[in-house]
Write a protein that binds this ligand. Structure first.
Ligand SMILES: *[C@@H]1O[C@H](CO)[C@@H](O)[C@H](O)[C@H]1NC(C)=O
Ligand SMILES: *[C@@H]1O[C@H](CO)[C@@H](O)[C@H](O)[C@H]1NC(C)=O
Ligand SMILES: *[C@@H]1O[C@H](CO)[C@@H](O)[C@H](O)[C@H]1NC(C)=O
Length: 346
């Protein structure tokens, strides 16, 4: 595993962020390209993103979105633009199901333009997007979403199966969760999945779990956040993903992960685990929602369940995290703060 060190984050940090936005965005893009070349032999690719000069990092999280603006996708995008501007966000995280119903047909699929580029048009959203794949993305051409050609079409785009993103005090571990789900293999119904690059499945999953565990163990970040498409704890339609509970949760718990962020259930949800410090956050309200089938969950743990569309924001410093969920009118539905004592460091 190799660490790619930012060649320019300290120089960016000495100038006011607003004035350097174009330059820093270009640099980030160039850097991402360089990082992926440099670390292409590593198990999990590592990327870095600079924090703000004041020591903070802000971002939005949206999931389950690509429907050419329909089902309130455009309304969510509009509010993301406003909140993104207010919070002066640094990046956007997508929890997958980027393109409905069946991913992209290829790199020339107009859905990329119609569901992404022409939807998230606000200036504040012209930041790097870090995307994972959802099960619907696996029903199309997966390689297309991972392709450099899409990154060239829209420089914000970055999608990999699993990767690591470090922003000084926080490290994000993006995990490809779709191949964990037995049903997609044993009982796919009429759906076809693009498993090229995932077979043999047992090896793929055991290597992935080993790499995520090793990367978490190695991490010295103050905050460790794991991002995947599938739910781990959820009162929504899909509910608990047992494969992840069995295989991924022990790794999250053993490595003091602070949060697991996902989509898959088309809702906004916060479950505060009573057996660990892990906050389970679902941001899957990027377009179609209002499914109506909410299950019972321990009210002590369930801090928010909103069946409709919306998104989540996170404002972080080394010591504090502030989480907020918004509906399509920009109304704040729920907030949550977490504080940490700083570890003594040299
Ligand atoms: C769009 O959002 C509004 C407000 O939450 C809701 O009433 C409406 O049903 C939503 N439309 C769709 C198609 O989900
Ligand atoms: C993207 O879609 C917009 C609006 O439909 C259109 O004007 C534009 O030409 C498209 N761009 C590409 C690269 O297809
Ligand atoms: C939570 O964090 C936000 C942003 O840092 C801050 O404005 C707010 O006062 C905090 N709330 C509590 C209860 O600590």
């Amino acid at each position: 595993m190799m660490q790619v060190i930012s060649p320019f984050s300290s120089s960016v940090a000495t100038v006011p962020f607003g004035k350097t936005i174009h330059i820093s965005f270009l640099l980030i893009t160039a850097w991402i390209w360089l990082s992926s070349v440099v670390s292409s032999f590593a198990e999990l690719q590592h990327f870095q993103h600079p924090i703000k000069p004041d020591g903070s990092l802000s971002f939005l999280v949206v999931g389950d979105w690509g429907r050419k603006g329909l089902y309130n996708q455009s309304e969510v995008a509009f509010q993301m633009g406003l909140v993104g501007q207010k919070l002066d966000i640094d990046l956007v995280i997508s929890t997958g199901d980027n393109f409905y119903e069946d991913g992209l047909t290829g790199v020339d699929d107009p859905a990329f333009n119609e569901s992404f580029t022409t939807i998230y048009t606000a200036p504040s959203l012209k930041k790097q997007w870090y995307n994972v794949l959802g099960n619907h993305d696996y029903r199309g051409d997966v390689e297309a979403q991972l392709s450099h050609i899409l990154r060239e079409k829209d420089k914000r785009w970055l999608c990999l199966r699993s990767f690591i993103l470090k922003a000084e005090f926080v490290e994000f571990f993006f995990v490809d969760t779709t191949p964990f789900v037995d049903q997609y293999f044993s009982d796919p119904g009429d759906d076809t999945y693009d498993w090229k690059g995932v077979s043999p499945r047992e090896d793929y999953l055991s290597n992935l779990l080993r790499d995520v565990d090793a990367a978490l163990k190695k991490s010295n970040a103050e905050w460790k956040i794991v991002v995947g498409h599938h739910t781990i704890k959820s009162a929504g339609h899909h509910g608990v993903t047992k494969e992840l509970v069995e295989q991924l949760v022990p790794i999250l718990e053993a490595n003091s992960v602070d949060m697991y962020i996902n989509g898959h259930d088309h809702c906004l949800e916060h479950i505060s685990d009573s057996n660990s410090q892990i906050q389970y956050l679902t941001s899957g309200g990027g377009s179609k929602a209002w499914r109506g089938d909410v299950h019972r969950w321990d009210p002590e743990e369930l801090k928010l369940y909103y069946d409709g569309q919306g998104f989540m924001s996170m404002q972080m410093t080394q010591k504090q995290v502030h989480i907020a969920f918004y509906d399509i009118f920009g109304k704040v539905l729920h907030t949550w703060n977490i504080s940490k004592e700083l570890h003594s460091s040299t």
